[in-house]
Design a protein around this ligand. Structure first.
Ligand code: NAI
Ligand code: MG
Length: 483
C-alpha cells in the first residue's frame, strides 16, 4: 500500500505503529461519567476506510438514551458545573489539554485509523489544535466578564452538539472547549463513520475527573443527532455538517427559543494574481484542496487564476501533483489518505463524471491506488465554466476546478458567485490589493498568501448557505453565553 507513486525518488515505508492504540471490540455510550449500554441495545460498526477492516462496534443511542444523557447534563449543570467558579472550571480544561498532549500519538493513530487521514496531518494538525482549543478556552473560563459581552454573561445550560467526520477529534474540541469554559454542560454526537476519537476523549475526560454528566457522548447516526437537537431539555444546538441537514435542524428549532449555530459547506475561491510568488502559490493551492483529501468545508476547491499566468500555474501544479504520495494513512510519508466512506467516494465520482460530461478537462497523475479501501486520486479540472456543477457544488474530495479571470473586479465577481461564503484565499505581492480583495470577498475567513491556517483565537464561520455563528476567539464564546 505504501509503494511509491509517481515520485522522483523512492521512500522506505515509515509506518507509525498501530500498536500505539488499543481499540476495544465494543463501546457503550458515555453518560453521567461512565460507559453504559444503550437502553434498546443497537450498535453500528466503524471501519478503517483505508482497508475496510472493522475497527469496533459502537452503541447507537435511541431517544431514551438521548433523554438520559440530556438529563445527566442538566443535573451536572445545575448542581456542579454552572455554580462552579470559572477559575475552577479552568483547571479542568487545562488538565484535559495536557492529557490530550500526553496521549497525542495514541489519538493521532486512532484518528488516522478511523478516518483515513494521513498520520502526518492527525499528528501535526488535528491533535495539537484540539489541545490548543482546550488551553485557549481554559484561559477564558475565569475572564468571561472581560469578553465584551457585558459585566456578567451567563451560560445557556445544556448544549447539544452534532459534529461531522472530517476532523472528528478537532470538531469535538471546537464544540466542547468553549461550551465548558462558558459554564455549559454538553451532549456530543460524533459522526457515525468516526466515533472512536470522541470515545477516547471521553476516557480522557473521565481520567481528568471531570464531574459526571458535564460531558456526555452519544454515538449513532443521523436519527440520534435528530433526537438530540429536538430534545426539549437542550438549550443550545451547535451543528457542523451538510447544508441540507443544517436546514432541517433550523426548521426543527424554529420557534423553540433554542440558540443555534450552524457551520455548513463551502466552495471557496483561491485567487492567484499574476504578481504572486508562483511556487508558494502552488504549495498553497495543493494544501488548499488536497489537505485531508479535500474533506474540508473551507477547502480551496475553486482555483481562480489570472489569465496571463494560468498556463504556468497549471503546469507547475500538475508537476507538484505528480509528487504527491497516496496510500497507507499510517505511513509518515503519505500526503493523501483514504476517502472517508464509500458513500463519499460515490459522491466524488458522480460529480467528477458530471464535470467531464459538461465539457471540463480532467487530469490526474498516474498513480496506483490500493486495492482495498476507498481511494480517489488528486484531480484537477481545467476549461471549467462557472455554471458547471463542479464549479458550484461542494465535492468534498480531492478535486480542484480551475477558472480564469482578467481583472480583480472579475475575480471578485466570480469568487462571490456561489451560494456559500465560508473562506477564500488571495495570492499577490501587493498589500493594497490584499486589502481591497478582503473588503470585497464575501467569506468568513480570507487567507492572504497562505491557506487552511487555524488558530483557536481566530473566529471561524460563514455567510449565506455556509451557516451562521462563529467558533473560536471571543466571538465563539458569544455562542455559549447569554449576555
Ligand atoms: P451530514 O450533515 O449528514 O452529517 C454530519 C453530522 O450530522 C453527522 O454526525 C450525522 O450523523 C449528523 N446528522 C445527519 N442527519 C441529521 C439530522 N437530521 N439531525 C441531526 N443530525 C444529523 O453530512 P454527510 O452526509 O456525512 O456528508 C454529506 C456532505 O455534507 C458532504 O459530502 C459534504 O459536502 C458536506 N459536509 C460538510 C461538512 C463541514 O465540515 N461543513 C462536514 C461533513 C459533510
Ligand atoms: Mg471509521
Amino acid at each position: 500500500m505504501s509503494e511509491p507513486v509517481g515520485g522522483l525518488f523512492e521512500y522506505a515505508p515509515a509506518p507509525e505503529p498501530r500498536s500505539l492504540v488499543s481499540i476495544r471490540p465494543s463501546y457503550g455510550l458515555f453518560v453521567g461519567g461512565e460507559f453504559v449500554d444503550p437502553v434498546e441495545g443497537g450498535s453500528l460498526k466503524t471501519i478503517n476506510p483505508a482497508s475496510e477492516e472493522v475497527l469496533a462496534e459502537v452503541a447507537t443511542a435511541g431517544p431514551a438514551d438521548v433523554d438520559r444523557a440530556v438529563r445527566a447534563a442538566r443535573r451536572a449543570y445545575e448542581e456542579v458545573w454552572g455554580p462552579m467558579p470559572g477559575r475552577e472550571r479552568a483547571k479542568y480544561l487545562f488538565r484535559v489539554a495536557r492529557m490530550i498532549q500526553e496521549r497525542a500519538r495514541e489519538l493521532a493513530v486512532l484518528e488516522s485509523l478511523d478516518n483515513g487521514k494521513p498520520i502526518r496531518e492527525s499528528r501535526d494538525v488535528d491533535v495539537p489544535l484540539a489541545a490548543a482549543h482546550f488551553f485557549y478556552h481554559a484561559g477564558w473560563a475565569d475572564k468571561l466578564s472581560y469578553a465584551g459581552l457585558g459585566p456578567d454573561p451567563r451560560p445557556l445550560g445544556v448544549a447539544g452538539q452534532v459534529i461531522p467526520w472530517n476532523f472528528p477529534l478537532l470538531m469535538a474540541a471546537w464544540k466542547l472547549a468553549p461550551a465548558l469554559a462558558a459554564g455549559n454542560t454538553c451532549v456530543l454526537k460524533p459522526a457515525e463513520t468516526t466515533p472512536l476519537s470522541a470515545l477516547l476523549l471521553a476516557e480522557i475526560l473521565r481520567d481528568a475527573e471531570l464531574p459526571p454528566g458535564v460531558v456526555n457522548v452519544v454515538t449513532g447516526a443521523g436519527d440520534t443527532g435528530a433526537s438530540l437537537v429536538a430534545h426539549p431539555g437542550v438549550d443550545k444546538v451547535a451543528f457542523t455538517g451538510s447544508t441540507e441537514v443544517g436546514r432541517e435542524i433550523r426548521r426543527t428549532l424554529a420557534g423553540s427559543g433554542k440558540r443555534l449555530t450552524l457551520e455548513l459547506g463551502g466552495k471557496a475561491a483561491n485567487v492567484v494574481f499574476d504578481d504572486a510568488p508562483l511556487s508558494q502559490a502552488v504549495e498553497g493551492i495543493v494544501n488548499g484542496i488536497f489537505f485531508n483529501q479535500g474533506h474540508v468545508c473551507c477547502a480551496g476547491s475553486r482555483l481562480l487564476v489570472q489569465e496571463s499566468v494560468a498556463d504556468a500555474v497549471v503546469d507547475r501544479l500538475k508537476r507538484r501533483m505528480e509528487t504527491l504520495r497516496i496510500g497507507d494513512p499510517l505511513d509518515k510519508n503519505t500526503d493523501v489518505g483514504a476517502i472517508n466512506s464509500s458513500g463519499q467516494l460515490d459522491k466524488i465520482r458522480e460529480l467528477s463524471a458530471a464535470g467531464e460530461a459538461e465539457g471540463a478537462e480532467r487530469w490526474a497523475p498516474a498513480c496506483r491506488l490500493p486495492e482495498r479501501g476507498f481511494w480517489f486520486p488528486p484531480t484537477v479540472f481545467t476549461n471549467v465554466s462557472p455554471s458547471q456543477r463542479i464549479a458550484r457544488e461542494e465535492i468534498f474530495g480531492p478535486v480542484l476546478s480551475v477558472i480564469t479571470f482578467r481583472t480583480a473586479e472579475e475575480a471578485v465577481a466570480k469568487a462571490n458567485n456561489t451560494t456559500y461564503g465560508l473562506s477564500a484565499g488571495v495570492w499577490t505581492e501587493k498589500g493594497s490589493r490584499i486589502l481591497w480583495m478582503v473588503h470585497h470577498l464575501r467569506a468568513g475567513v480570507v487567507w492572504a498568501n497562505t491557506f487552511n491556517r487555524f488558530d483557536p483565537a481566530s473566529p471561524f464561520g460563514g455567510y449565506k448557505e455556509s451557516g451562521f455563528g462563529r467558533e473560536g476567539g471571543r466571538h465563539g464564546l458569544e455562542a455559549y453565553l447569554d449576555a
